[in-house]
Design a protein around this ligand. Structure first.
Ligand code: PMP
Length: 425
């Protein structure tokens, strides 16, 4: 149906007050007032299946997380310059999820700050300035990180220290994607060196979310990482999207590539919606930085945030959500592959755990992208109260990324709706 007067008025006030830089999802924007598990509810009480929100990863308003948050908020919330048990306890458990070389975690409030801090540490350790990212990467919103986020558009100026490399596109690329991706990284290194700039780090989202979702084959990232390390640079894994069990029992995107990063940045699902994020690192990188400077983040690592983070970790482990992501993810992938047999608009289906992409094309031979049809699928599903969005350079890739509590039954509902919607396209 059309927008009612209440929502039309809300949109008008929002634009007037928040200005022109905000965006809403969908032709018919959605007004939601409540969330529970995999479901979101509008003011009329209609339920929407959330197939998109990777932040509320243990489910919207999980009672254990809400309880941890409200309990600690009622006792104490302050910064990290007093002794407090929770930050140490949480750091210990969190670092237990990483390879043993990664021994420190520094807490921030957002993924952007986590990447920003990783850049500062990389610069101070290497005494270099060059950074390599993929062509349509998103790493955050600070001035420094926005320069490394070409998905924001060319309006954001990039300094000479930034180099973009083609994403490891297994659908459109040629033979050995690992060698191909590494060739791009080597060319970027040579190009910056020709201008007297040495590489400080390769910073990549381990699942290439905004570039179009490229999870496979496992291990393909290794040659690129070897190339940057051979040139004296670091490897920073941005796990803000794939981290915390989304890709299945491997837990982290980099683990699927059998790599140990120099630094890892984490965020989004870490607090299930509460703003907590962090930078995890090998200790030698921050030794001089910590001695000569200091780190203080007014809100980062406060007792409430750490209590929330710990509860999220306990729920992921206690409910076996990484294992669920692996199982339901495989089931969903198979279901999507079956849909591809019936609908030729589906050019490719790929994914790891509950992070999947479906690429729509006008023609399977030419692989011509189908962005208008993709937008129709997204909006038609929204009318059927299923929430999803699209990604990639041609906006023709469905980004499937539900909370990790997604069940087979939820998957069946989604697949049936997709089948229906695709019949009309
Ligand atoms: N890295 C990646 C891969 C992201 O997707 C995002 C957020 N979309 C960020 C970093 C930035 O995180 P935040 O929005 O919490 O600053």
């Amino acid at each position: 149906g059309d927008l009612n007067a209440r929502d039309t008025d809300l949109i008008r006030r929002r634009e007037k007050l928040l200005g022109p830089a905000y965006r809403l999802f969908y032709e018919q924007p959605l007004h939601i007032v409540r969330g529970e598990g995999i479901w979101l509810y509008d003011p009329e009480g209609n339920a929407y299946l959330d197939v998109y929100n990777n932040v509320a990863s243990v489910g919207h308003c999980h009672p254990k997380v809400v309880e941890a948050l409200t309990r600690q908020a009622g006792i104490l919330n302050t910064h990290t310059r007093y002794l407090h048990e929770t930050i140490v306890d949480y750091a210990e458990r969190l670092l237990g999820k990483f390879p043993s070389q990664l021994q420190h975690v520094m807490f921030t409030c957002t993924g952007s700050e986590a990447n920003d801090l990783a850049l500062r540490i990389a610069r101070s350790y290497t005494k270099r300035s060059g950074f390599i990212v993929t062509k349509l990467a998103y790493h955050g919103l600070t001035s420094a990180v926005a320069e490394l986020s070409p998905s924001l558009g060319d309006y954001v100026q990039r300094g000479d220290h930034v180099r973009l490399v083609p994403a490891p596109d297994t659908y459109r690329g040629g033979g050995d994607i690992g060698q191909e991706f590494a060739a791009g990284v080597k060319a970027a290194i040579a190009d910056m060196q020709a201008k007297g700039i040495e590489p400080a780090a390769l910073l990549v989202d381990s699942i290439f979310s905004s570039d179009g979702i490229f999870p496979d084959p496992q291990g393909f990232l290794r040659p690129a990482v070897e190339a940057v390390r051979a040139a004296g640079g670091l490897y920073i894994a941005d796990e803000v999207q794939p981290g915390f069990g989304r890709v299945g029992p491997a837990w982290w995107g980099f683990a699927r590539h059998d790599l140990v990063p120099d630094m890892v940045t984490i965020g989004k699902p870490m607090g299930n919606g509460h703003p907590i994020a962090g930078t995890v690192m090998q200790p030698h990188l921050v030794e001089e930085f910590g001695r000569k400077s200091r780190y203080f983040n007014t809100f980062g690592g406060n007792p409430v945030s750490c209590a929330v983070g710990r509860a999220v970790l306990e729920v992921i482990e206690g409910e076996g959500l990484a294992e669920n992501a692996g199982m339901v993810g495989t089931y969903l992938l198979d279901g999507l592959k079956a849909l591809a047999m019936r609908h030729s608009i589906i050019g490719d289906v790929r994914g790891a755990g509950l992070f999947l992409g479906v690429e729509f094309v006008k023609d399977r031979t030419t692989k011509e992208a189908a962005p208008e049809e993709t937008a129709r699928v997204v909006n038609d599903l929204r009318r059927r109260r299923i929430l999803i969005s699209a990604t990639g350079p041609r906006a023709n890739i469905l980004k499937i990324r539900p909370p990790l509590v997604f069940s087979r039954e939820n998957a069946d509902l989604f697949l049936a709706a997709m089948d229906d919607v695709l019949k009309d396209i």
